[in-house]
Write a protein that binds this ligand. Structure first.
Ligand SMILES: Cc1cc2nc3c(=O)[nH]c(=O)nc-3n(C[C@H](O)[C@H](O)[C@H](O)COP(=O)(O)O)c2cc1C
Length: 360
């Protein structure tokens, strides 16, 4: 099946390709009576838009969103909310030369093997253009979870091997203002400067960079998450791995936990609460009420100007240098997308928990 939907009660389906007439999302299962205007969604979309920094794609899209259904007099009605964003700055010319060639690191080869046909223009459905629809849907999810006191903040933790300086407990202190200080959405201004230089170097040499995004959820109540296959950590990892370029997701202390002993890794519980948070706010797939801490590893952007080896659809070897309008790194544009996916998962699990608690 197509795999274009996520969620059980708060269900999001996205549609559209990079160079088609439009992209969009249908959000079903949103409760009625929530204040929702196009401006609310637009604010979130503006943070993801290309062209904010020199190293992002020069494609100029205003990402204007229209709500086609599901609201009346500025409030949700409980019926499906349909969102549409037109693709206005489409230029497929750079893709004509490579329409029969598989870009290394991109979905060209696998889409062709799976479907036998692919929309090569701008990466088609595998393009990060699709992530705009997730951010739009995520803005609606954000409204649901913020009513319950939850806040989702994501920021750049590392880019091109440069890692922010971070006290152990700084994750509890980072605020939206810290991140708004620079275009890389990085709370460490010195590291942000170095990252900016590294991005420019990569751009000039025709290469690209990967990095790590950290996501913190504060104000999450205990009890969200559905054992066993829909554990909160499984749901979050699945939602985040569903974003293009994401190759790893860690919760709490993550992979480092494998080097620890039980007495180091367990978070002691006292009458005043937990003394540490190696679990990242989730135990047995259920939220503990502590901050949820997630790290997301993004690979470098695959479309690069440097010459690479590949093959064409007939299997002939080809040397490829990619032109067109590409980001140098998924960071920082992926940050609002990570926030959106986490918000969508939390909104769905919040509504699912309401059903669990009905008869208590
Ligand atoms: C915000 C964002 C921007 C991206 N920009 C580009 C881009 O300009 N060019 C490109 O080839 N890939 C870009 N990607 C990465 C591709 O979408 C992704 O690598 C590709 O679909 C292959 O999927 P995979 O990396 O999950 O294997 C971007 C990803 C994100 C999340």
């Amino acid at each position: 099946m197509s795999g274009s939907s996520i969620g059980v009660i708060f269900k999001v389906t996205t549609w559209g390709e990079s160079h088609g007439p439009a992209i969009g999302a249908v959000v079903d299962g949103c409760p009625s009576g929530i204040d929702l205007t196009e401006e609310d969604i637009q604010e979130a979309l503006n943070r993801r838009r290309p062209g904010r920094i020199a190293s992002s794609s020069p494609r100029k899209e205003d990402d204007s969103v229209k709500i086609l259904s599901g609201t009346f007099h500025g409030k949700t009605t409980g019926t499906p909310i349909s969102l549409i964003i037109e693709n206005r700055d489409v230029n497929s010319s750079a893709y004509e030369d490579i329409k029969d060639v598989f870009r290394p690191g991109q979905g060209d080869y696998t889409y062709f093997k799976k479907y036998g046909i692919r929309d090569y223009r701008g990466g088609g459905r595998a393009s990060a253009r699709e992530t705009a629809t997730r951010v739009a849907a995520g803005a609606i999810a954000g409204k649901i979870i913020s009513r319950e006191g939850m806040e989702v903040i994501a920021y750049t933790k590392a880019l091109g091997g440069i890692v922010i300086k971070q006290e152990d407990d700084i994750v509890k202190k980072i605020s939206c203002e810290d991140i708004a200080d620079n275009d890389l959405m990085c709370p460490d201004p010195d590291a942000a400067k170095e990252m900016g230089t590294k991005l420019e170097e990569a751009r000039h040499s025709g290469d690209s960079l990967g990095g790590i995004v950290e996501v913190i959820v504060s104000g999450c109540p205990p009890g969200l998450g559905e054992p066993v296959f829909d554990k909160m950590d499984a749901a979050l990892a699945g939602a985040l791995m569903g974003i293009g370029s994401v190759k790893g997701v860690e919760i709490g202390t993550g992979f480092k936990v494998a080097e620890m002993t039980g007495s180091q890794a367990n978070d002691p519980i006292t009458t005043d609460g937990f003394l540490s948070n190696h679990a990242g706010g989730i135990l047995a797939g259920i939220t503990t009420g502590q901050n949820i801490i997630i790290r997301v590893a993004c690979k470098p952007i695959p479309s690069i100007a440097k010459v690479q080896q590949t093959i064409d659809v007939q299997g002939n070897p080809v040397e490829l240098s990619i032109k067109g309008r590409h980001d140098v790194s998924a960071i920082p544009r992926i940050i609002p997308v990570c926030e959106a996916m986490v918000s969508i998962v939390l909104a769905d699990h919040l509504l699912r928990q309401r059903i669990n608690s009905k008869y208590k």
